[in-house]
Design a protein around this ligand. Sequence first.
Ligand SMILES: Cc1cc2nc3c(=O)[nH]c(=O)nc-3n(C[C@H](O)[C@H](O)[C@H](O)COP(=O)(O)OP(=O)(O)OC[C@H]3O[C@@H](n4cnc5c(N)ncnc54)[C@H](O)[C@@H]3O)c2cc1C
Length: 415
Amino acid sequence: MKKKVLVIGGGASGLAAAIWTARSGASVTIIEHTSRVGKKLLSTGNGRCNLTNSKMDGSCFFCSEPDFPMKVISQFGWKDTLRWFSSMGILCRSRMETYYYPMSDQASSVLQALCLECERLGVEILTDCVPRKIQPGKKKGQPFFTVLTDQGNICGEGLILACGSKAAPNTGSDGSGYALAEALGHRIIKPLPALVQLRCQGNHYKSLAGIRTEAALSLYIAGERIRQEAGELQLTDYGISGIPVFQLSRFAARALNERKKVQVRIDFLPFMDREESRVFLKQRMEEFSYRRAGDLFLGVLHQKLVLALSKAAGIPPETPVSGISAGQRERLFRNLKEYEALVSSANPFPNAQVASGGVDVSEVNPQTMESRLVPGLFFAGEILDVDGSCGGYNLQWAWASGKMAGSQAAQKGRR
Ligand SMILES: Cc1cc2nc3c(=O)[nH]c(=O)nc-3n(C[C@H](O)[C@H](O)[C@H](O)COP(=O)(O)OP(=O)(O)OC[C@H]3O[C@@H](n4cnc5c(N)ncnc54)[C@H](O)[C@@H]3O)c2cc1C
């Protein structure tokens, strides 16, 4: 008789875990509480699915045990991901050198290939099946699990929790997996939104909404600069968004949760250092002394942004450039190079791509993804206290942890 493994959650990591369990010779049932598997996967990479990245090291992941993610990913890295997808007919190509997408540019093709592979391997998928309780036990000296669901009891010798986080709950990832893990004795590190927009104080953001501009951002927590990011900043009617903001957001959200002051200083002239920017401003003011202040950076910065920065420096847009005082010029300079956005909150889970926090990894073995508390219980994906940067890292985490959990769950007890 084949060993039976149950996978709770049919997202990226659950599908990966099921495929590797089946490829390792065990039979698998996925228990998915929504009407279909892989909903979140469909929205990844703006529908194109950035599924891995060839720049892969510990600095791309965050976890309360910093070495944990790479201990797992070193066993199944980005090249393994590409080979694995190739075995399912998905060929990938890179964009911006290191970011990998399917050649089809369709996240739906990635999901379909995973589902076809599940079908080929005989993976049973139960949708609309809500697990109420998990009863761990033993049978013939080996771990044995009974999952009580609204469709009846489902039993197996191995169990993989792959329920995702609380991020994007409309995709099914609603945080209910944490309660299942907690009931089995695992500690949950408070989940908070990550890869998400930041809301800022002040009502002037309304006039900036829609602007996209290159910028360098520095995150200050309690007055200390802790991180820098650069890229396309998007201004919204409530604050700041875009990839560099997403990258900073997990740190901002955790600091705000600890009631610390969070500021983002924005450099709107990131292609020049401080001194060059000072010279640039001076030259610009001399060359265009006949213009109005509102037109000083015409063709360099977005016009709405110049008006807002001038206004914040106390310079009415109609002021002739030649009439800008030394004090106003200094304030304008500071607004250009270190505009201060005081962060009031991170947007909530429905806006977030992932969560920071989750099942405490000190209770999980990174070589096998098995619980150190409950033999035969494994974890995969975002349910764990691991989050990655933007750029294919979160899916790489899902594939790698799913691979390890699936193949180890299938083999446990056989050795
Ligand atoms: C808009 C968006 C874009 C993204 N783009 C990218 C990208 O391009 N690249 C990248 O690397 N990452 C991206 N991510 C992140 C990535 O999608 C996730 O990190 C990844 O899907 C996590 O996989 P998972 O299997 O752990 O969780 P999920 O994919 O969330 O799957 C969890 C599954 O478990 C099910 N489930 C939950 N609780 C239960 C329960 N109690 N019982 C039964 N089933 C349950 C859910 O319905 C769901 O099907 C993006 C995320 C979002 C929201």
